[in-house]
Design a binder for this molecule. Structure first.
Ligand code: GLA
Length: 390
């Protein structure tokens, strides 16, 4: 989290008044359970300490003004409450605008406009959910500003509906839920079909969770994410002709084997296989973490990567190189790409005494094979969204 005073000073410089509220919402990293959240499955993310802060103040007209300290040159962007229009905005303010729109759609009263300044420390395009953090931070600030009392679970749902309906990315609930509901030193095990969740202490003994940025920017707004979703829906429709189910992740891997031939299209069959098996892996991963079987957890992470690479086809050469290098280091318990894919980050669980070897091998090998600089971040699970009191 960046210094709140800097944010408040910038707010004053821009708008000539102090903000009334400052909120914070974190980014997230997913341990396992990828592309299961729109297939009725489980996910297992942690909120991070990195995130986005939002300073806000009410106005006496219906104007909305947005400024991001992370994109200074975009300047102050202005719109009006009555001008909010889904799928019409193609700049970064689509996220906060979408949240305000979704709050109104959910039946809350926003009687006047407001001024906003954002600042964060999650680089966008890394796959660590800077957009979910932006949505949830906006929601938390607006809720506090207008005394709406929106719960953190609802903030997550509002963020998702902004992203689906206003921005136009058909994402699941994982990122917004992790950002809203994360807990320091814990991972969140979430059933995305019911929104039942539990916190699992992230006790890694002498091992560390390391995030490695490939330097390849991913873009979910690209059509590939929505394509995967459509392929899963097609597979689900085909399966419905032979068995009763609501979502792909209702099936166990054995049941999937029994019914898989009903899915005529081989690509859709592979996508469905990933969703079903990844969901099973995610449940096993919780049990492994609970019982301190870190090696088993690591194996599941490796299998998850292979499935995302071969069956779901959302990895990319750079993430495969990073993961291959990680797997070659003695003392790496598990490694996989994390997040939506097509770039972004790998996560690895690495024994404390192997971290130097891991960093050296991955940095040098990656540079040699891709010409790119890998960036290493030690992940610390942090708390979910909250209002910052001074
Ligand atoms: C993105 C989406 C999430 C989820 C992941 C893949 O982060 O926003 O909803 O689908 O990809 O697990």
């Amino acid at each position: 989290m960046r210094d709140t005073q800097i944010l408040k000073n910038r707010f004053y410089e821009l708008y000539g008044a102090e903000p009334e509220v400052v909120s914070f919402a974190p980014g997230r990293v997913n341990l396992i359970g990828e592309h299961t959240d729109y297939n009725g499955g489980h996910v297992f993310p942690c909120a991070l300490e990195m995130g986005i802060s939002c300073a806000a103040r009410r106005r006496d007209d219906e104007v909305l003004r947005f400024f991001s300290m992370d994109i200074e040159k975009a300047g102050v962007i202005e719109t009006r409450l009555s001008a909010l229009c889904p799928l019409s905005v193609h700049r970064w303010t689509a996220y906060p605008e979408g949240v305000i729109h979704a709050i109104i759609q959910a039946g809350y009263d926003i009687p006047c406009g407001a001024d906003f300044v954002f600042c964060g420390d999650i680089p966008s395009g890394m796959g660590l959910s800077s957009s979910a953090a932006l949505e949830v931070a906006t929601g938390a600030a607006v809720s506090a500003l207008f005394g709406l009392g929106i719960s953190n679970t609802e903030l997550a749902l509002i963020g998702k509906s902004a992203e689906n309906g206003y921005v136009g990315v058909n994402c699941g609930i994982m990122d917004q839920f992790a950002s809203a509901m994360g807990k320091k030193d814990h991972a969140v095990f979430l059933d995305t079909a019911t929104l039942e969740y539990s916190y699992a202490p992230l006790e890694l003994g002498d091992a560390e969770l390391v995030i490695v940025d490939s330097g390849v920017k991913h873009s979910l707004a690209g059509s590939a994410y929505n394509d995967r979703r459509r392929e899963c829906e097609q597979a689900l429709d085909a399966l419905k002709s032979v068995t009763k189910l609501n979502a792909l992740c209702d099936l166990s891997p054995d049941e999937f084997e029994r019914y898989r031939d009903a899915i005529g299209d081989p690509v859709c069959r592979k996508r469905a296989k990933h969703a079903v098996c990844e969901n099973a892996r995610t449940r096993e991963a919780l049990a492994a973490l609970d019982s301190g079987e870190l090696e088993a957890f690591g194996r599941l992470m490796n299998e998850s990567h292979i499935s995302l690479r071969d069956d779901y086809e959302v990895s990319c050469p750079e993430l495969d190189i990073l993961t291959g290098l990680a797997w070659s280091v003695e003392g790496v318990i598990g490694a996989r790409m994390t997040g939506g894919g097509f770039g972004g980050c790998m996560i690895a669980i690495v024994r404390g005494d192997a971290v130097d070897d891991f960093t050296g091998t991955v940095r040098e090998g990656y540079l040699e094979r891709t010409g790119l600089e890998a960036r290493f971040i030690t992940a610390k699970p942090g708390d979910g969204a909250h209002i910052i009191k001074d």
